[in-house]
Write a protein that binds this ligand. Structure first.
Ligand code: BGP
Length: 502
């Protein structure tokens, strides 16, 4: 087998401002929804829903304190001040690209200002110049769970149509300031996650709604406004610089039927179709009929302004980016079956797959299945902008022997190679958390994804020093050989992962 990776394949890594930068109240930055994300040691790390849920009381508590021990996204890994050191390590690794997000509240602290915060503008000029100096291509997410908290408290978040104009003003500012360094832009991170964690994505506080149905209707309304904002941003990006490429970004939540029972197959198909709905709107420029019928059947009203449907149709995306961590199983009998956690909701356990320490089912072949399926559906270039394994890495004598991470990526990269060989156009692969950062769902530091270890624990104690893991040099070779090394290595026998914690 040989490497089919194109010469310009964008090997790289991905982080997000709210999980890496820290400096939460520095340089004029306003409070974002991430600054109220709490580390909850008393909660089961596999209990995805409660980890993500933010109550009105938690918002009040967070706004009343400068604490950053139990609000770890406020310190992140201090990337804000250390980015030059980290970019040098990424360059040493040979990374061609780095996915980051711009923190909306560094540019517009409350979100409804007419003019941006100049200190915030200046910071990202410094960062993008440094990336270019290190020959690293920026892949920039405009909104990665970082909307201004002020918009949540004052405008009910994205439910308000006024937020569309505020977002497009922010986006236009980014395109005008940074198109000189940036060619690839993603609008909303995992736009399909609005129903999984509505507070961080669209600023919907479910407790504010009298019942589940009105909360659901509010989320669909907020989602519509994000679709419109994404389309207008796409128009503005190309008007400002025709070289700008805009991608949508979804969580690929591949579901298999548990059995060949047609009811299981139908359930899995429905799940996959609902998962694709969000990219469908941004690729095809219209709502699929099954969603409109769902609204009618369930009495959900989504207010659309005159011209909205034309905007969606006119300004569609150039590529489809997505995160891929795990696959899941659907079954009509799933209520009484063993479940596992996941980057979403629980799933029936797949007896053929290993799981991570956080219960995420590891499925490299599922990545190939997803790539082929998505390419056949959209016929647009695909970009894997998140993928990786969160793990309890052990720092021993300055070393971290993360053979399990090497195994994870070796297997996933090989499946991408097979997909490319079968005709799928893949632009790049930015591994999630190329350097350890604060977990999105659990706000833990000890859920580590990086090729670079950061000496920091869940309560913010540590030197913040960086250490290369074994996977650092392995990835360096993969990039250097453009994937050829995947087929030259002597396969080391599978290392059973043992941790002091188990
Ligand atoms: C995705 C988010 C990322 C990232 C990843 C890993 O949903 O887009 O921000 O964090 O999940 O999840 P976690 O950090 O919860 O392990």
């Amino acid at each position: 087998m040989k490497s089919y990776f194109p010469k310009d394949f964008l090997w790289g890594g991905a982080i997000a401002a709210n999980q890496a930068e820290g400096a939460w109240n520095v340089g004029g930055k306003g409070l974002s929804v991430a600054d109220v994300a709490k580390y909850k040691p008393e909660t089961d790390v596999k209990d995805y829903v409660s980890q993500w849920h933010v109550s009105p009381e938690q918002i009040e508590e967070a706004m009343a304190t400068d604490d950053d021990v139990f609000f770890p996204k406020r310190h992140g890994i201090d990337f804000y001040h250390r980015y030059e050191e980290d970019l040098a390590l990424f360059k040493e690794m040979g990374m061609k690209s780095l996915r980051i997000s711009i923190a909306w509240t560094r540019l517009f602290p409350n979100g409804d200002e007419q003019m941006p915060n100049e200190e915030g503008i200046a910071y990202y000029h410094r960062l993008f110049k440094a990336m270019r100096k290190n020959q690293i291509e920026p892949i920039v997410t405009l909104s990665h769970y970082e909307m201004p908290l002020y918009l949540v408290n004052t405008y009910d978040g994205w439910v308000s149509r006024a937020v569309v104009e505020m977002f497009t003003r922010y986006a236009e500012t980014c395109f005008k300031e940074y198109s000189q360094y940036v060619n690839y832009w993603l609008t909303f991170n995992e736009i399909d996650s609005v129903f999984r964690h509505p507070f961080t994505t669209v600023g919907v506080v479910e407790e504010k709604y009298p019942d589940k149905k009105s909360a659901e209707e509010a989320i669909y309304q907020a989602l519509h406004h994000q679709f419109i904002a994404s389309s207008i941003a796409t128009k503005l990006a190309k008007r400002i610089d025709a070289a700008n490429q805009i991608g949508c970004m979804m969580t690929r939540t591949l579901a298999y039927p548990l059995t060949s029972n047609p009811e299981d197959v139908l359930l899995a198909q429905q799940h996959n179709r609902e998962n694709y709905f969000y990219a469908d709107v941004q690729v095809f420029g219209e709502y699929p009929q099954f969603v409109k019928n769902y609204w009618i059947e369930n009495g959900i009203h989504v207010e659309m302004a005159p011209g909205d449907e034309e905007i969606l149709k006119l300004y569609t995306v150039d590529f489809v980016s997505f995160s891929y961590y795990m696959s899941m199983i659907k079954s009509v009998d799933e209520d009484h079956m063993e479940k596992v956690g996941g980057n979403l909701v629980t799933s029936v356990k797949n007896p053929y797959l290993d799981i991570s320490e956080w219960g995420w089912q590891i499925d490299p072949i599922g990545l190939r299945i997803s790539l082929i399926d998505m390419y056949d559906r959209y016929r647009l270039p695909l970009f894997i902008v998140e993928s990786g394994i969160g793990s309890l890495d052990e720092l021993v004598d300055g070393k971290i022997h993360d053979d399990y991470r090497i195994e994870y990526f070796r297997n996933h990269f090989k499946e991408v190679n097979e997909a490319i060989k079968s005709g799928v156009e893949v632009m790049g692969y930015t591994t999630w958390g190329c350097i350890d950062i604060v977990s999105a769902s659990t706000s833990q530091m000890t859920k580590r994804y990086g090729f670079i270890y950061v000496d920091l624990d869940d309560l913010g104690k540590g030197s913040y020093n960086r250490f290369k893991k074994d996977s650092f040099n392995w990835y360096q070779t993969v990039i250097e050989t453009n994937g050829e090394s995947l087929y030259e290595e002597i396969q080391t026998e599978k290392v059973e992962k043992t941790t002091a914690h188990s």
